[in-house]
Ligand binder design. Structure first.
Ligand SMILES: C[S@@+](CC[C@H](N)C(=O)[O-])C[C@H]1O[C@@H](n2cnc3c(N)ncnc32)[C@H](O)[C@@H]1O
Length: 254
């Protein structure tokens, strides 16, 4: 028996991997999160059992242990069990814990990576997370840290890194995150984009600055992008390319 930990991508079913689609079509049971787009669940066979184990605010404190129990039970009853998670199963999806729990119970695990919202969210708004002249790296963090974590995020260090900062699970704490980064010395006019419900019909992008972020509500699910790339829309908009960068591009072409 094998449980397939499958990444469902950010929302749009066209962004599923071929492997994810094939597994969905053959699954006996699909155990899924709340954020998985209904259009993706529709791709499962009509006879497949669908189990929603999505956590809700104020839900039981042992919700994760209950998910492990559901997966073990499904693995005992069925040949093809798909554990479907939004984005990539190993990016803030607790996929690591689920894999460990299954392996400890003697159940085989296959991981099928998915397109993470950390990259696809910005991309859907025309924001490249790295770009010559803007950012030579990107850092992905949670905006909702586990209070019991043994090591906490060092926001002072994050503010100094100079890479694009991508924050998941930060919608309700956007103002507090901005304040923390401003306290750490990040420039108030640093561009910020909040890409909400990326790649779905409800996609909306808020463009603002770090200093003004607290003035705007951000609806979950959202990816916060902080850094100069957040001021760009290289697909539909007018990219703000610096003059020195234009000169470098012209030199590259000659
Ligand atoms: C528990 S994390 C799971 C992340 C997921 N494993 C991934 O790789 O995208 C949930 C967070 O992912 C982000 N997210 C997931 N889907 C999104 C979407 N379609 N648009 C914007 N943000 C999304 C939000 O920050 C949300 O709070």
């Amino acid at each position: 028996m094998t449980v397939h930990l499958v990444g469902a991508g950010p929302g749009d079913p066209e962004l599923l991997t071929l492997r994810a689609l094939r597994l969905l079509e053959t699954a006996d049971v699909v155990v899924h999160d709340r954020l998985v787009d209904p259009r993706i669940l529709d791709l499962a066979a009509p006879w497949a059992e669908r189990i929603d184990v999505g956590k809700r605010p104020g839900g039981p404190t042992d919700a994760q242990a209950r998910i492990h129990a559901v997966l073990l039970e499904a693995a005992r009853r069925h040949d093809v069990v798909v554990r479907l998670k939004g984005g990539d199963p190993f990016v803030f999806g607790r996929g690591g814990e689920e894999a460990e729990a299954l392996r400890a119970a003697g159940v085989d695990v296959e991981v099928v990576p998915g397109i993470t919202s950390a990259i696809a969210g910005p991309a859907a708004a025309g924001i490249p997370v790295t770009m010559r002249g803007h950012a030579s790296g990107f850092t992905v963090v949670t905006g909702h840290e586990d209070p019991a974590a043994s090591r906490h995020l060092d926001w002072d260090a994050l503010a100094r890194l100079g890479t694009t900062l991508v924050v998941l699970m930060g919608a309700s704490r956007a103002g507090a995150i901005a304040e923390r980064l401003l306290d750490a010395g990040m420039a108030p006019d640093t561009p910020v984009a909040a890409v909400q419900s990326a790649t779905t019909d409800a996609q909306r992008t808020l463009r603002t600055t770090l200093a003004a972020l607290d003035d705007h509500p951000v609806d979950a699910p959202a990816v916060l992008v902080i850094g100069t790339v957040a001021g760009l829309d290289v697909v539909d908009g007018h990219p703000r390319i610096h003059d020195d960068e234009l000169e470098r591009l012209a030199a590259d072409l000659t």
